[in-house]
Design a protein around this ligand. Structure first.
Ligand code: TRP
Length: 334
């Protein structure tokens, strides 16, 4: 039996943080071993909100370097940037003729991102989920690992695939399944445990970057919001202590020890003691990734050839899909 096809995309905007690693990249490492995996740096999604061209270039290379430093292996999976495979835009246009305006009007992420001044949002921001559907359907992905916030876009992708198949009377596109990893923890801000750890948070103390130095990690964990109690002795106490809950989640996720066992390990101890253990643990994860990222980033020609090779392999598959779709739509004369 052939392997399941996995596709996921990561935006090259801002820096990659611990939440991205534990929530996404760590899962990608398993997928590359078990599935036919394609990981795309979605630079065309990034420009739905204006990006400085130099920063965009830099960010694409940074994401790639972090992927490679984290252990994604171009021999085991395809890694490429979206803009280098034109077929994404082509299929996106076709699918935008299938998708209904009413469906897009329901997308909550657009409403959030566009804010109050919706007339001033780019058309691309509105059409963003259609490009995402094109990414996924272009490769006939079976599984799409995404965060909770992307679930609605996956449902839309399935609706588009279904309607396309119905319109053209051919079961052509597979309906992809979202993989919302229940074990993938939601890592919250270190300053406010009600919000997700995010690259757009104004406080840099809210997040740990995969490129942080050991000192920066230490400072951020020392400053992480907590409370004046001792460490909890049971998970019942966590619901009232969201900050401690978040720090325990981080500890559990990095160490692969379940949360109850982490609670047992530190039950009744001082928070400062736990924090110092957590620092060591986070540093043991981030330090090798950060140093390897720096090394890889200095080798621009390696980064470039890696992307070119990925784009070539992706293009081969994407082109086949476009050729087939052109026939279905009536664009090719044969
Ligand atoms: N929209 C996704 C995000 O912001 C990124 C993305 C673009 C994506 N295309 C995709 C994710 C295709 C999965 C599959 O997280």
């Amino acid at each position: 039996m052939s392997k399941d096809i996995v596709f996921s995309g990561v935006q090259p905007t801002g820096e990659i943080h611990l939440g991205n690693y534990l929530g996404a990249i760590k899962q990608f490492l398993n997928f590359q071993n078990e599935c036919d995996s394609i990981f795309c740096i979605v630079d065309q999604h990034a420009i739905t909100i204006f990006q400085d061209p130099n920063e965009l270039k830099e960010n694409v290379l940074s994401v790639l370097a972090i992927f490679l430093a984290s252990g994604l292996d171009p021999k085991k999976c395809i890694i490429f940037n979206q803009a280098s495979v034109r077929e994404h835009s082509v299929l996106s246009w076709y699918l935008s003729c299938t998708a209904r305006v009413g469906w897009l009007n329901r997308m909550t992420q657009f409403k959030d991102k566009a804010g109050k001044n919706r007339d001033n949002a780019s058309l691309g921001l509105y059409a963003y989920p259609v490009l995402m559907a094109a990414d996924i359907l272009l490769y006939h992905a079976d599984k799409v690992p995404v965060g909770d916030d992307q679930k609605q876009h996956l449902e839309l992708t399935r609706d588009i695939a279904h309607k396309f198949n119905a319109d053209y009377r051919h079961e052509y596109f597979k309906l992809p399944d979202p993989i919302i990893n229940k074990d993938a923890p939601r890592i919250m801000s270190l300053r406010d445990a009600n919000n997700k750890m995010s690259k757009s948070d104004v406080s840099k103390y809210s997040r740990i970057l995969l490129t942080d130095s050991n000192d920066e990690i230490s400072t951020k964990i020392s400053k992480a919001k907590s409370d004046s109690l001792k460490m909890p002795s049971s998970s019942d106490e966590l619901s009232d202590r969201p900050e401690i809950n978040n720090l325990i989640t981080i500890y559990s996720s990095i160490s692969n020890i379940d949360k109850d066992s982490v609670i047992n390990l530190f039950s009744g101890k001082e928070i400062s003691f736990f924090k110092s253990e957590l620092k060591d643990l986070v540093i043991s994860l981030v330090e090798p990734i950060a140093s390897s990222t720096n090394e890889i980033k200095s080798d621009i020609s390696y980064l470039k050839t890696t992307l070119e090779d990925g784009a070539m392999r992706a293009t081969e598959r994407a082109r086949k899909t476009i050729d087939e779709v052109n026939k279905l739509i009536g664009f090719s004369i044969d």
